[in-house]
Each structure stands twice: as C-alpha cells, then as structure tokens.
Design a protein around this ligand. Structure first.
Ligand SMILES: [Zn+2]
Ligand SMILES: [Zn+2]
Ligand SMILES: [Zn+2]
Length: 154
C-alpha cells in the first residue's frame, strides 16, 4: 500500500501549493517583492517578464525535496517534490497558456471551470497597483466567478 501513500503525498503537496501560491502572491509578490511582479500587472510588451523569475524560484523547493528524497531511497520527500513540480506545470499551463494566451495557442476556453478561473484572474488584473488586490489564488477561486453564463467571455 506504499503506492497509495506516495500518491497521497503528491496530491497533498499539489494542493498545499495552491495555498502557498496564494499566500506568496498576496503577501510577498504584492508587498516587498512587488518590483518582480509589477510587469505582470503593468505589461512592458517584452516577451519575458520579471515576474517569470517566480517560476524558477518555485522550482527550488521542488528540486530540493526530490533530491533529498532520492538520496534517502525515494522517501516521502521525493513525492512532495513531485507534487510541487506538478503544481508548477499546472500553474504555468493555466496562467500563461490558458488565461494569458502567452504563446498565442489557446483554444477558446469553453469549460466552466477554466472560464471561472479566467474571470477571477482578470478581476485580479483589474488592479494595476500592488494595493487593493483580489483573487490571489489560481486553481481555487471564489465560487461566484463560476456562476455566470457559460458562454459569456468575462
Ligand atoms: Zn498579482
Ligand atoms: Zn496573470
Ligand atoms: Zn497576476
């Protein structure tokens, strides 16, 4: 039954990361690290944003957990690192590809879940300054964003 426990570590780490990401977005990126996040709210037109550094920063705990896990015979840390990695992939896919259409290859979003996420995130982007933000989460957003008609865009 070790495999079940391993899967639970992955799932737990994945959803814990949604909380970590929300917390970091609200209390780190919109406060003392605003300098690195500002060009995500006030686009410069350049392909890479300073905000992209956060993707690399969040790769560090994933890599460290996986490395220490491997060094200890693939213990629970490996699966925590894997969960963080999966969250990173999901975050980049949802935020950069599906919501911001960063590479111009987004199919029209029809699924109610992704439409809700996009509405919530665009509400976040209405705020150009670091103060008075809303909707700092990515995969878990307030329920009211899911309630509007399925085919309206925002
Ligand atoms: Zn923000
Ligand atoms: Zn965004
Ligand atoms: Zn944002």
């Amino acid at each position: 039954m070790q495999i079940i426990i391993n899967i639970l570590w992955v799932v737990a780490a994945f959803w814990a990361m949604e909380f970590v990401a929300w917390f970091a977005h609200k209390y780190v990126m919109h406060t003392f690290a605003w300098e690195l996040h500002v060009d995500h709210h006030q686009p410069t037109g350049k392909f890479f944003q300073k905000n992209d550094w956060f993707a690399l920063i969040f790769a560090i705990p994933s890599w460290l957990n996986m490395m220490f896990g491997v060094m200890n015979g693939f213990d629970f840390r490996f699966y925590i690192g894997l969960g963080i990695l999966f969250y990173g992939i999901a975050y980049v896919t949802v935020h950069e590809v599906i919501i911001h259409n960063r590479w111009g290859n987004r199919d029209k979003i029809k699924h109610w879940y992704f439409q809700g996420l996009a509405r919530a995130h665009f509400a976040h982007h209405k705020h150009k300054e670091k103060e008075d933000g809303e909707c700092f989460g990515m995969l878990i957003v307030p329920l009211n964003f899911f309630k509007r008609p399925v085919n309206s865009d925002q």
